[in-house]
Design a protein around this ligand. Structure first.
Ligand code: PAF
Length: 291
């Protein structure tokens, strides 16, 4: 089993010992309820570092008042087993008091990017994410921290925050892990009933449809987006919040195909809100076209 610590002092003691041995530190922040997507992050960290720290903390400040903080799955025993199997050497499980001690009053906010897309539907979400990730990164100060592409906007905000605040940490974004039918792995998938699980496939199907049409040379983005939105609305139990094609660097809408585009979708399936995304490559930007 990996060593498990709760306090910042115990964490720093373990990290100091690793650093004294000249070890490189990789870090995977999580909220627990771990699945194969998290395992792939820990495995990536294991390949590139000697000491692999995973944190497990269900961060209250990134949940809105009507969101699922209290029922968010807490599965510590299974999480520790997954961390061990994937190669974590240290697991940090801080409490709310450790992360937000009484009197705590500092927040970290990435202004513009946090207001777009998810920010429109979850206005305080990213403030909670960037604040907790900053605290986690400052406690560990890893060489590299690993995040999933599944939370595309989150990883972009974190990259921006790290750049803006001169944090000496490399941010690595790892590919989304999917079920065989394309559904992106998410801790919230376990909320889905059997019929909802069937309908949830429609999100990745919509993304892959758009990816394939653009790779085949489609240049009319607006009708394409309208077509997939109509399909999503027509899928039983699915209520889309958005399906959009934006710049992967700025998240601003794009009107014509170009490099660095991403399609993003958010929808409720039953009462569970899911997000997913897919990078888009028009034929003129594909590796074969360039070679
Ligand atoms: O992606 C997550 O699991 C969380 O948003 C994170 C990055 C661990 C911050 O709480």
């Amino acid at each position: 089993m990996p060593t498990v610590v709760t306090t910042i002092e115990a964490l720093r003691e373990q990290l100091a010992a690793a650093r004294a041995l000249g070890q490189r530190v990789g870090f995977v922040p999580t909220m627990g309820a771990l699945h194969a997507g998290h395992a792939s992050l820990v495995e990536a960290a294991r390949r590139e570092n000697d000491c692999v720290v995973a944190s497990i903390f269900v961060n209250p400040t990134q949940f809105g008042p009507s969101e699922d903080f209290s029922r968010y799955p807490r599965t510590l025993e299974a999480d520790l087993a997954l961390c061990e199997a994937a190669g974590a050497t240290l697991v940090w499980t801080p409490t709310v008091d450790v992360m937000y001690p009484p009197g705590d009053q500092t927040i970290v906010e990435v202004e513009q990017l946090a207001r777009l897309l998810e920010g429109r539907h979850r206005p305080t979400h990213f403030r909670g994410v960037t604040t907790v990730v900053m605290k986690l990164l400052l406690a560990v100060i890893p060489d590299v921290a690993y995040f999933g592409q599944k939370d595309f906007q989150q990883q972009l905000l974190i990259r921006t925050m790290v750049r803006d605040l001169f944090l000496p940490v490399r941010i690595e974004t790892c590919a989304t892990v999917r079920e065989v039918d394309g559904l992106a792995l998410s801790s919230r998938n376990r909320y889905l009933s059997g019929v909802e699980r069937e309908s949830a496939r429609s999100l990745s199907q919509a993304l892959f449809f758009v990816r394939d049409r653009i790779a085949a040379g489609e240049r009319q983005l607006e009708p394409l987006v309208n077509e997939v939105l109509a399909r999503l609305w027509a899928t039983p139990l699915v209520t889309p919040d958005y399906f959009t094609i934006v710049s992967a660097n700025t998240l601003e809408p794009v009107t014509a195909p170009g490099p660095d585009m991403v399609a993003l979708v958010a929808a409720r399936v039953g009462s569970t809100r899911l997000i997913d995304n897919c990078l888009l490559v028009p034929p003129e930007n594909s590796p074969t076209a360039r070679s």
